[in-house]
Every structure is written in structure tokens, then in C-alpha cells.
Design a protein. Structure first.
Length: 340
């Protein structure tokens, strides 16, 4: 089997609660905002956050016309970077995590693909084949979006770039998230302090620093397992945020996100995401991974993507966006192979 996927159904709360919720989406963040006086304050805060974080880029060359998240299928590239004060970086560091999400309006479904950061791919901004995480260092979000488009042959419509500080604050604002730790971990924290994070094996609730260590480690496995853990973290955040009973902690986290996030999404476009979390069937979130193998080229480690897995992933994402050759019989063939 060349492409592996997992399907998760995240059950919504009762219809009564859903009427009180409104969605704020950032990488690794889905927050419900209540329809009250306090919610109005949060609404204004969220609007200010997105206005301050707005940083447009050129539209995808793979689109013939502008798209509207309220009407069209679309994609978002989540870019995680280690842009901490301790490393004195200015924003165009190498990316530490890349996840592409595609949204299908008719299915009300999301497909989430984790792209290993050491994937050996062509980077247009550099004009060479190298690690995909070098794209961000070469030209920020736009260069990263162009690289992912080159790799997957689908348009990347939007990006959300967030650093580790925002990720930690999001998890902490939810009083932690539940993850299944596969083995005992001793990891550095966000300040690069060695062995500052210790996690036992098993299902447990972790705070922001612990969730970050869980998502980043790859000492005992590989980039593939690392990507799966990042997908698990995102799923856990969505589940916790959409069922959270208290909204009183969201103001501080939105301020932290605003200081540590850039995006080409306008606040008015955020309404396009509400449909994906207010459906009676819950959020239809499917995680996908790119298979491959470790490789050493000229003394440097890379993750060499499997050609068949890559080809099938392209077809799957194209089909989900209702684009190009992935429709019809080819799509059915790919789905059949995936399910075997």
C-alpha cells in the first residue's frame, strides 16, 4: 500500500452549544467563541489579531481565478517554524513542520497531509533539489508554497505560519491536550534546555511545552512517525477546542498568536471554515502520509519520497479539490488501492 490514511470523526457537542460557537482557525488552533457580550469582545480581538497578522502573497499560478472559501474548495499550508528569541531568528529560518490541508465544501471534509521536513524535493526559489525545509529559508511562505505546489501539483491557496511560542500558548489555553506517547521521552524544551521535558509512555494530558516536545521528537523513530504525531496533536487540539466549556482564557492566547503568526487569510474569509465544524456529522478529518525511505546523498541525510505514494497522494488531493485528472475512473482506482 503506497499511501496510508486514517479517518477521524470528531463528534460535535449538542446543537444548542453549536449555536453559541464561532470558529477561529490558526495552525493547530480551532477555538469556539460564544454569542455573548464576552464573545463580542473576543470577536473584536480575533479581528484585530488577523488584521495585524495579515501578510499577503501572490495568488497561486495554478488558479485561473480568485477563490472564495465560502464558495470554493481550497487549501491551506500550515508552516511551523522555530523562530524563538533564544535562537535570535528573524522569520526566514528553515521550517520545522509542514502540513497541507485541503477543504471540500460539498463533503464538508478536510484532508491533512504531513510533509516530512527532510523530503528531497525541487525547491524553485533555490533552483536545486534539496530538503523541503530549505524553501522557507530561501524565500519565506511564498517560496514554501511554490515548493509544495511543485511537489504535489495542486494549488496552495493560503498559508498560516506560526512559531513555537504560539503553539505552546494554544495548548496551555486549553489546559492541555490528550496524546498517546509511544515511548518514554526525554527532550529539550523551547529554550533548548536538555532533558527539560520528561514524558512516560502511554495516554496522558500534556501541556504546551510537553506537546511541542512530543510533536518534534524523532530520536527513536523517523520523520514519518513525527508527522503522525503532529497530526495527532492537531486532532487533539481540535477535539479539545470544539468541546471546551470555558472561553475565559482565549483573549491571552489570541494576543500570543497575533505576535507569533502571519497569514494571507483575511478575517472576513474565516467564515468559510465555520461549515467544517458545525456540520451535524462532526468534523470529517482524514490524515495522510507520504511514504518513503531514508537516503544519504553526498554525505547529507534526506527523506526520499516513494514515487508511487507521491503519485497517489497527488491524485487524492486533486480529487478532493475537484481538480484535473484525478476525477472519474482514476480517482476510483486510487481509492481502491488505498483501501487494500
Amino acid at each position: 500500500m503506497s499511501t496510508t490514511r486514517r479517518v477521524y470523526k470528531i463528534k460535535k457537542t449538542k446543537k444548542k452549544r453549536r449555536k453559541r460557537l464561532w470558529l477561529l482557525l490558526v495552525p493547530l488552533l480551532v477555538l469556539g467563541l460564544g454569542a455573548s457580550t464576552y464573545a463580542a469582545t473576543l470577536y473584536m480581538k480575533a479581528q484585530n489579531v488577523f488584521n495585524d497578522s495579515y501578510d499577503p502573497v501572490e495568488a497561486s499560478a495554478k488558479r485561473d481565478a480568485a477563490i472564495d472559501p465560502l464558495e470554493d474548495n481550497f487549501s491551506i499550508l500550515f508552516i511551523g517554524i522555530d523562530d524563538s528569541k533564544d535562537r535570535d531568528l528573524k522569520g526566514n529560518s528553515r521550517s520545522d513542520a509542514l502540513m497541507l490541508a485541503t477543504f471540500n465544501k460539498d463533503q464538508k471534509s478536510i484532508k491533512l497531509l504531513s510533509i516530512p521536513r527532510d523530503s528531497y524535493v525541487y525547491v524553485p526559489a533555490k533552483g536545486v533539489t534539496t530538503k523541503i525545509n530549505a524553501a522557507h529559508a530561501a524565500g519565506g511562505p511564498k517560496a514554501t508554497m511554490d515548493t509544495v505546489e511543485e511537489l504535489l501539483d495542486v494549488p496552495v491557496d493560503y498559508y498560516v505560519r506560526m512559531n513555537f511560542n504560539a503553539f505552546i500558548d494554544v495548548v496551555d489555553s486549553l489546559d492541555g491536550i490528550e496524546v498517546d506517547v509511544p515511548y518514554e521521552m526525554n527532550e529539550i524544551d523551547s529554550h533548548d534546555k536538555k532533558n527539560a521535558i520528561h514524558l512516560e509512555e502511554g495516554l496522558q494530558t500534556v501541556d504546551g511545552e510537553e506537546a511541542l516536545a512530543f510533536a518534534r521528537t524523532r530520536k527513536k523513530d523517523s520523520d514519518i512517525q513525527r508527522g503522525e504525531r503532529q497530526q495527532e496533536v492537531l486532532k487533539a487540539i481540535i477535539a479539545k477546542a470544539t468541546s471546551a466549556g470555558s472561553l475565559t482564557k482565549y483573549t491571552d492566547v489570541m494576543e500570543a498568536v497575533g505576535d507569533n503568526m502571519t497569514t494571507n487569510l483575511k478575517f472576513s474569509q474565516m467564515r468559510g471554515f465555520i461549515n467544517y465544524v458545525t456540520t451535524d456529522k462532526g468534523i470529517n478529518l482524514e490524515t495522510i502520509k507520504l511514504e518513503g525511505q531514508d537516503s544519504t546523498i553526498n554525505g547529507t541525510y534526506y527523506y526520499q519520497l516513494n514515487d508511487t505514494s507521491l503519485a497517489n497522494t497527488k491524485l487524492l488531493l486533486q480529487s478532493h479539490l475537484n481538480l484535473g485528472p484525478a476525477e472519474g475512473n482514476q480517482t476510483e482506482a486510487v481509492q481502491s488501492e488505498i483501501q487494500e
